[in-house]
Write a protein that binds this ligand. Structure first.
Ligand SMILES: Nc1ncnc2c1ncn2[C@@H]1O[C@H](COP(=O)(O)OP(=O)(O)OP(=O)(O)O)[C@@H](O)[C@H]1O
Length: 741
């Protein structure tokens, strides 16, 4: 807002603000929707009907309206919304704004990408505007987000739609200069923050005061209220005034949100616009689930990326270490599309930079759940690929929600291990329309051999692989939902080999004998896939990814779909096809480290070699091939060899042609001699004709080295004419001299 130039102008401005606020308050009071009502069910306001005050005591209805301009909002905000390109409201905005503008607490749930951000930013701005909040009033609103990136995004939206208001706003997130924030934080009206950083200011910044807080917002409320932030959030809430408006939003509401509502919300409006909806995820989102054995996950991911080089792909993995490892090795293998990675251990500036790059450029972003919530990549994500199974259904919904936002389309694919098939049932129970698919294995490229070669060549990759291996198994081991996550069912040696590790790292917490003892009568599923499987060739078809004739060969994921009706049956059938077997305790005791179905290799002295020793040998060979300078050297050598061969070939060719020419000359000579012999025998032949014939023959003779028959012929004929002319001239001279004498 521009600074008033004079005292008079300031007074004018203040008066018009006061009048506007008075009008807004009366308008809001007049059209207040019933508590508990759903404004979406109200008849929409006709497009051309008057907006605002109609006569002395009558105002237009706003509950049920469909456009922002029909809401009782300040002119500054309406301008901000219009200039930011927002005209029509989304369902969550239509349903929640009429209640929120009346000052009610809201517990809102709507699908991902449905516009929840404006549903809380608008009431925040309007509440402070109507309270005539100024710089000297301090913190009027706190908006909390579980991640720094989301906080930064919310800050962007606030700046955009609130640019005509005169509020000061601050972004308090980890990774920013704390001391700088400390100096300004007391002068901020609206704070957008992560819980940890806010608490730090509450605890350590002198005079930091939130006692006048008007509105508290928790975006991704279920996440902020779950155990991860419990301590911080409890401490923060205990320092906030009870008399305030509270807005909680998320795509997934959990009981913990409702608990908080019981504790500190005042008659909250429960707004769940998609409760009646058939699906809990956006309608324009195509979702697939494919069954991928643990040791084929990276093969599948690599093949997927290679098949979608012109897409923006967001790949979710379970830990920072997984992300780092996959990013580093795939980068070395150069898939032909830019790769990026994002995880919580990175510096904040870099995190922001990477997100910005991902928005600008079609690329693959390997990420942990740090980017699973709230982020809105404005150019759209084409694919969300969940390589590691999400913790629960809510986490699945948020991850896939990074695509198909607002009115755009999107696609997602979830890799499930045979032991994680329960997740599919849970998704279906929660009204998530997933299609269980068989991937097209025609284009499945195995990369584990290449990874082994890379690990042998780049020594720093090996610890990365080991850490990725350990953290993945640990994450499975620590998961609460044991119906889905069971580390005992994982083919650990094959998994280790698939990461390119020559030996399976030891895990203290994972005593495989105990696993076997603790699960009497239960099957320990170990796919019969040799640890030292072929380096590049796809897996033999005796696995569960067997493909059918009518599969689309081009797209790895466009294989035959299984319809809803026969889904259950087909999954069961696939499970029965699973190349697994029950390991007997006895066998495990003999050699727990050797997967069934692998070859035992002996050295020259007859000692058994570890199962992956052969792979290590192959990797050394491959590592040489992968050395760029060696490859270039070899190319130069080959080029030299080819040059020499080429010269030899040319010489040989020249020699052959010379021999051929000589042979031809001899042949013509022979023919001419024969003809001359014939002519001498012929008595009827005239002298001139004889000469001419001789010349013509000579022409033929020389022609073997000459290109033009005609040329030579002309020359010869000219010679004949010259002789007769000389004779004639001689005769003429003789005649003249005789006349003179
Ligand atoms: N009324 C609107 N008109 C046009 N676009 C809108 C409107 N409301 C929101 N959007 C756009 O929709 C996209 C998603 O909005 P937003 O990020 O608020 O969704 P969300 O519901 O908070 O998603 P999530 O649950 O993932 O956090 C954004 O790009 C936003 O600009």
């Amino acid at each position: 807002m521009k600074k008033p130039k004079s005292k008079q102008l300031r007074i004018q401005n203040r008066n018009s603000e006061v009048q506007e606020i008075e009008l807004l308050n009366k308008w809001i009071e007049f059209g207040k929707p019933e508590s508990g009502s759903n404004p979406l069910s109200f008849p929409p306001l006709p497009a051309k009907s008057p907006v605002g005050r109609i006569d002395e005591n009558t105002y237009s209805q706003y509950a049920g309206c469909t456009r922002f301009q029909q809401l009782p909002l300040s002119k500054n905000l309406k301008d901000g919304l219009r200039q930011s390109g927002y005209k029509n409201m989304t369902n969550i905005q239509r349903a929640s704004l009429p209640h929120a503008l009346c000052g009610r607490d809201i517990l809102g749930a709507a699908k991902t990408g449905s516009g929840k951000t404006l549903a809380f930013i608008i009431p925040v701005l309007e509440k402070l505007y109507k309270a005539r909040w100024g710089l000297e009033d301090g913190v009027g609103s706190i908006i909390m987000s579980p991640t720094r990136e989301l906080a930064d995004q919310l800050f962007g939206v606030l700046k955009s739609v609130g640019k005509h208001h005169g509020f000061s706003a601050g972004l308090l997130i980890g990774g920013h200069e704390y001391d700088e924030e400390k100096d300004h934080v007391n002068r901020m009206n609206i704070l957008i923050c992560t819980p940890g950083r806010l608490l730090k200011h509450m605890d350590t910044t002198p005079n930091f005061d939130c006692s006048q807080l008007q509105v508290l917002v928790l975006d991704e409320a279920d996440r902020i209220l779950d155990s991860g932030f419990k301590k911080e959030v409890n401490a923060i809430i205990s320092q906030l005034p009870k008399h305030r408006q509270t807005l909680l939003f998320s795509a997934t509401q959990t009981k913990s949100v409702k608990n908080l509502a019981r504790l500190s919300l005042k008659d909250p409006e429960y707004i769940a616009v998609d409760e009646e909806s058939i699906a809990a995820t956006p309608n324009r989102l195509q979702q697939k689930v494919i069954l991928v054995p643990l040791d084929q996950k990276l093969d599948m991911l690599w093949s997927f990326i290679k098949a979608h080089l012109n897409s923006r792909i967001l790949v979710f993995l379970s830990s920072c270490k997984q992300v780092r490892f996959v990013y580093e090795v795939f980068k070395k293998l150069r898939p032909g599309i830019p790769l990026k990675c994002l995880h919580g251990r990175m510096k904040q500036v870099k995190r922001m930079f990477i997100l910005q790059q991902f928005v600008e450029q079609k690329s693959v972003l390997f990420s942990t759940d740090v980017s699973s919530r709230g982020l809105d990549f404005n150019k759209g994500v084409d694919w969300v690929v969940q390589v590691d199974c999400p913790d629960d259904v809510a986490s699945y919904i948020h991850r896939v929600g990074r695509t198909a936002r607002y009115d755009s389309i999107g696609r997602s694919v979830l890799f499930l291990l045979p032991s994680e098939m329960k997740m599919l049932e849970k998704l279906q129970e929660k009204k998530i329309p997933v299609h269980f698919d068989k991937p097209n294995t025609k284009r499945l490229q195995s990369v584990s051999g290449l990874l082994a070669a890379l690990l042998a060549k780049y020594k720093d990759l090996q610890p990365l692989a080991q850490r990725a291996f350990k953290t993945y198994l640990k994450s499975i081991y620590k998961q609460k939902d044991k119906e889905i996550f069971d580390v005992a069912k994982l083919p650990i040696d094959e998994f280790s080999a698939s990461l390119g590790l020559p030996m399976t790292p030891q895990l203290r917490y994972l005593n495989r004998k105990n696993i076997d003892k603790n699960t009497p009568g239960e099957a320990v599923l170990v796919p019969q896939i040799p640890a030292n499987k072929d380096l590049i060739t796809p897996k033999p078809s005796n696995n569960l990814l067997e493909e059918s004739e009518d599969e689309e060969p081009l797209d790895l994921l466009h294989s035959k779909e299984i319809t809803d009706g026969d889904e259950g049956k087909s999954i069961a059938a696939d499970n029965s096809l699973l190349t697994t077997r029950i390991l007997k305790k006895k066998k495990l005791k003999i050699n727990v480290h050797r997967p069934v179905g692998t070859r035992v290799v002996f050295d020259e002295e007859g000692n058994t070699l570890p199962p992956l020793a052969r792979l290590a040998d192959i990797s050394t060979i491959n590592s040489a091939l992968l050395d760029k300078s060696k490859v270039m050297e070899r190319f130069a050598e080959l080029r030299e060899e080819m040059k020499i061969c080429d010269q030899e070939d040319k010489l040989l060719d020249r020699k052959r042609r010379k021999e051929k020419r000589i042979k031809e000359k001899e042949k013509y000579k022979r023919v001419r001699n024969e003809e001359e012999d014939d002519n001498e025998d012929d008595d009827d032949f005239s002298g001139s004709d004889k000469d001419s014939k001789k010349v013509k023959r000579s022409k033929v003779y020389f022609d073997s080295d000459n290109d033009s028959d005609g040329e030579m012929k002309d020359k010869v004929e000219l010679k004949t004419d010259e002789i007769s002319l000389a004779e004639q001239e001689e005769l003429a001279l003789k005649l003249l001299s005789s006349m003179h004498s």
